[in-house]
Design a protein around this ligand. Sequence first.
Ligand code: TRP
Ligand code: ZN
Length: 883
Amino acid sequence: MHAPAQQPSASIRLSDYRAPAWRVGTVELDFDLGIDASEVLARLRLHRDPAQDAPLRLDGENLQLLSIVLDGSRLPATAYRYAGNVLEVDGARDGSVLETRVRLRPAANTALEGLYLSGSREAGFLLTQCEAEGFRHITFFPDRPDVLSSYTVTLRADRARFPVLLAGGNSDGAGELEGGRHWARFVDPHPKPSYLFALVAGRLERIERDYVTAEGRAVQLKIWAEADAIGRCHYAMDALERSMRWDEQTYGRNYDLDVFHVVATHDFNMGAMENKGLNIFNAKCLLAEPDSTTDDEYRHVEAVVAHEYFHNWSGNRVTCRDWFQLSLKEGLTVFREQSFSADMNSAPLKRIEDVALLRRAQFPEDAGPLAHPVRPAQYSEINNFYTATVYEKGAELVRMLAGALGRDGFRCGMDRYFERNDGRAATLEDFLGALGETNGTDLTPYLAWYAQAGTPRLKAHGHYDPTRHAYTLTLTQHTPGGHGAEPRPPLPIPVKLALFTRHGDMLPLHLDGQTSKGGNELVVVLTQVEQNFVFTNVAAAPVPSLLRGFSAPVILECDYTPDELALLLAHDVDGFNRWEAGQQLAARAYEDLRDGTTATALQAWCDALAKLFDNAAIDDALLADLLTPPGEVELAERETAIDPQRIHHLRQTLQQRLAARLGAVALRQRYMALAAHTNTELDAPSQARRRLKRRVLELLALLDTAGACALAATQYRDAPGMTDRLAALSVLVRSDAPQAAAALRDYRARHAGNALALDKWFAVQAQLPGELALDRVRLLEHDAAFMLKNPNRVQSLLGAFVRNNPSGFHRVDGAGYRLLAERLVALDALNPQVAARLATAFNGWQRLEPLRCEAARAVIVELAGHRGLSRNLAEIIGSVLNH
Ligand code: TRP
Ligand code: ZN
């Protein structure tokens, strides 16, 4: 389809990279903290690159400069210029010390970047967010990740208002000051880039745990939260300890400071941030307790805690040379986090969850105007590149590399990578180089994956020759997109495979030309555009199970018959591929319904699932996933003129057919059996039962709505925890049941004081399907608890509406698009990062059916013409429109 935008504003290019002309060896920061005004004194020891002859230029945005001193002398106004977010200083030499003093306005900072206030003026606390370029909102600095410095930070503030003072690094003293004030100092012995700086100050409570690393270092783990939330931090503490042990055991990585702080805030632009020694979390990724946290959220908390902790090595000790290398830390850390979660929970379920996310979020991104390579070549606003492509596709690329090297080879390569790049700002070449060299392999062909956008298509075709007992698998690759002259080189695509007999048994594999016998599963790597793989000693035409475990992030096109897919769904021992066969079959069944063709696939899908439904050997959670067809976004990806409301309707019909095949009696019986266990335990079988119970109730609601809603109302009332309560509420709301209003009122009252629980109350209603949604969203915007200033609340109402509710958002009259555009303008004035992320909901409008397409186009064109949009939002709107 399309290459990334050649925006006039896309001014920053990978090919323009130059090493910094000036570095900062040591930084001393003195903060005088206050809600309305804070002052920052920065003392920088500067080092000049002798090979370069550039004047000293420091980044600084919206800073009120109070004074500037170079090597002890206050500079006259003629000796420096501050314009266009750059401070240029005359007369600096190698070894010079520059001191600047600036004033900040934390309470007025609604962008939540730099130093800002979380919560109210009276009760809230101060904190910082610096990645990617927030440090320049705090002080003048070469704010780029390849400038690594040693930090000494002193905080001063009123003791009563700010009893807790934290910054990254080890504690280096604290004490009293006159006038009820106090101070605290922190020294970080590990040089770091400015984006990893952080401080927190305010009234916070803490829980603590002593930890001893495998190397014998005693570490204090401290989790901080406001008084009403501190009781919900225990699960995160356990998850942190598990993460630390896992990184020691799996990668030999130990923690490296005396203290590790974690802080929860309700006002945060993303999930969490890995600041050195002082991780800061969006409360929704940290707080957990049975009464207000679902099973999925528990697993998310565990994963995010691990993710941020793992950054201490993959990101902090080894950081990125420039922001084009972002996936060096993010893709790698997501991969590490996924492996950890797979070890802590069920590996096949985790894989299903991750691939489903990739397809829902990354594939559409990669197929539309916002497509970009995992390592982009240019950007206008770096914050717009914290994408599913950089994170999720990036993780898939690391997974392929890990697969290519094998477990031990990958570990050796990672050891080499960490060792060789410790304390450095590295590139993806450094990463692939270390992995490859240790293993005597050249991994550079994989760099092509990092350089091109678009999801590759892999075509598979099998041919059986009964006379030779040979099975030939022909694999062909093609990546759509690329504009004009840009060639698309073939990519290395590892395909893990097995062959099944028609009875569902796996065959021993004899790959022609390969001496070692393969067992019954092996990986072939497609390196050309097209290649044949010949298997011998095959007694009869087999059914191939391809891309097992999703061994490469591609779209597989294989000419299976419905019966072959049903065979894999029934017999594949690879949990992921079993699910995948069901997904493929469900998609065919969907097409049967859509096109009114013979219902062979629909039959096969329903029959296969009916058998599995009665199979006691299958895990409840896997069964729940098998009983779920591909989502509406995924189904839309297969269409050219998308009508999201029709897709919703067809998908409902598809599930209705499945429910009918299973039968109301069997569904109800199964529900009752599952409902007999009620607890809030987090062990795998308990979680699995709740997951299946929800799915069964949802299916029953499509068959016997009144009956299912009666069960849901009871489940809502008696639910011992949030998983069951929210599942029941969701069934009632989506069925538009008479009991829904009372349940919503009850929930509202019950969780009135809990922001995270209230978010779910907004989100569940924003996902009301079809025409009902828009009015409900409008109504909820007038709720006293709705606020544009809080990213979580925006996400829970507007985000859930535009992103998770295609049939509600994509109204044929365009009213959904108009609502989004209006809110984007208001939101952009407060928080450009959040506005830009919400605006990506316009991605893919070109492929809507003509009426919706035109309605969307008109709205986006008008929005693009709006004056005063932030660079963040302007870049997204511009990209979405220009293609
Ligand atoms: N680096 C963070 C992570 O772990 C994400 C992040 C990037 C972030 N920019 C941010 C978090 C801005 C909060 C605000 O993935
Ligand atoms: Zn990260």
